[in-house]
Design a protein around this ligand. Sequence first.
Ligand code: G3H
Length: 255
Amino acid sequence: PLMKELFGLYRLEAELKAFLGVNHVIIVPGDADVSDWVKVEMGRAGARYLKQLAVPDQIVAVSGGSTMLAVAEMMMPTPAFKQTTFVPTRGGVGEAVELEANYIASLMAKRTGGKYRMLHIPDQLSDEAYQTLQKEPHIQEVLDSLKLARMVVHGIGDAKTMAIRRKSSPQVIDELEKGKAVGESFGYYFNRDGKIVHRVRTLGLDLDGLELVEKKVAVAGGASKAEAIVAVCSLVSQDTLITDEGAARAILKNA
Ligand code: G3H
């Protein structure tokens, strides 16, 4: 709290909350693009927030990414978490396994004493595989539990960074450039107005399912994600944004 006062972060939180139309904003000092410890602090803030919100018998949907990994690494057991089921928002995404939603959901469960489900499916499915897999009872069950999620905690990526990290094809990269994609979340790439320009054909939580989730918590920082954060907040009715000073100042500078 003293640090926050020193940096004038409470005022920044109020300004960002008003600008983005998000119910709660938490800002940690620094810029994750510049120093690695800022992501660790966002992780700490995220873990603390999830703990405050947790109730017994809840389902928490969890996305992938290095910021979510930072959140998972800061989680601790609580009675409510022990009765929580962590479910990945999607299957594998063709990047390091530690950054996949499956791994992060399992890590959250391990650290808190909670339960978890897995979505053992590759991302970027062919038409045929998509149709077949969604009929698999085991997969159907996990997809159904995502629909019952009380909370979703997710990252927001810069479009280009994510496309490269996921080894997207040149055609996809071209499509993203033409559509002026700035951000990515849940396999959707969108432009600065929050319009979807590309979607990874994947099984998991989609935008319709997302609307059913009561509490949507995004954790994303670094000035380079400023446009992506603005776009996601206009696309999804975000309940909470946990970010850093670098992203917050960059967003408000262009406001
Ligand atoms: O979908 C968004 C990405 O998972 C964000 O990844 O936290 O490593 O930047 P990141």
